[in-house]
Design a protein around this ligand. Structure first.
Ligand code: MN
Ligand code: MN
Length: 298
């Protein structure tokens, strides 16, 4: 398979898993069960998770995944962002859906879906990213809502989720760039209410990790975990629960703490809306072509 075929395969799996999530009633289900079930489905379909499934509730915009013994359940009235990554040989499809159990927020979900649909139409090769940001913001504004201004889409590279180029969710001034043909990008509008600030901050909870250095930590167990993660996931994000089959629970947490302290591993803190307002998200991975847009997670 060439890299474009890897993206197609990853996209097909990610889209199937996302649609399963969209069509499942999760009220009363544990986040842990949701993450495990969706990640397992990715594997059954022939992929690997590109990152732990994110299950971010209400005012948490992103970067929450279930802890090893997480007992959090989805309640009636919750707004749940489910963000799914699939990799084939390190080539990543990144897609998200918001499931909403409070009718008052249905329009907030529609706004992120509409902003994504509009943005994707513009995302052919050479499209300027400031134009895409403008389209996203103006679509969300028409619903009377606000985009999250400090979250953005991003370019994707093999084994790298945030590969350096950002696609804004707002009107921006200053330098812009054009989308490259046959380069993968994720576009992901986040929307909050008019009472929100439209900004997220980093919360205390950190349960998504990624390797940044393989320099031995000198702790035998921690180094063994470091190598185990590297062998399958390289620099892609991982969760503690992924290690529970092979290591003692107490060893996993202790080792991760050592790896963080030694700067072998960095963390992705949860991202929370500043005013505590509900956030919705929709996301596709696309590959721009000269005369059309290939939405690989369609
Ligand atoms: Mn995502
Ligand atoms: Mn993304």
């Amino acid at each position: 398979m060439d890299y474009l075929q890897c993206y197609q395969k990853a996209g097909k799996i990610a889209s199937e898993v996302r649609e399963t999530a969209r069509n499942t009633n999760y009220i009363g289900r544990r986040l842990l069960d949701i993450c495990n079930t969706l990640e397992n489905k990715i594997k059954v379909l022939g992929g690997l998770p590109a990152f732990p499934v994110n299950v971010s509730l209400n005012d948490v915009a992103a970067h929450y995944t279930a802890e090893p013994y997480d007992e959090t359940e989805v309640k009636d009235g919750d707004v749940l962002k489910i963000d799914i990554g699939v990799q084939i040989d390190g080539y990543i499809a990144d897609t998200a859906v918001t499931v909403c159990y409070d009718a008052r927020y249905d329009a907030l979900v529609r706004a992120s879906e509409a902003a994504l649909a509009e943005a994707v139409r513009y995302a052919t090769a050479n499209a300027r990213v400031n134009e895409i940001g403008k389209v996203i913001e103006s679509t969300i504004s028409k619903f009377g809502f606000k985009p999250i201004q400090n979250l953005s889409g991003h370019s994707l590279e093999q084994y790298t989720i945030h590969a350096g180029k950002s696609i804004p969710n707002i009107r921006t001034i200053g330098p812009s760039f054009g989308l490259s043909e046959n380069q993968a990008y994720a576009i992901e509008p986040f929307v909050t209410t008019k009472n929100g600030h439209g900004v997220v901050f980093e919360g205390k909870t950190r349960n998504i990790f990624a390797i940044r250095s393989r320099k031995p930590s000198k702790d035998k167990k921690a180094d063994s975990i470091l190598e185990a993660i590297w062998n399958t996931y390289k620099t892609l994000p991982f969760a503690a629960r992924w290690l529970m089959d092979s290591y003692e629970a107490s060893e996993v947490q202790r080792s991760i703490n050592i790896l963080i302290a030694k700067k072998n591993v960095h963390t992705y803190p949860i991202l929370v809306e500043t005013q505590g307002q509900v956030v919705t998200q929709s996301e596709h991975t696309i590959i721009p072509k000269i005369d059309h847009v290939d939405i690989i997670t369609r």
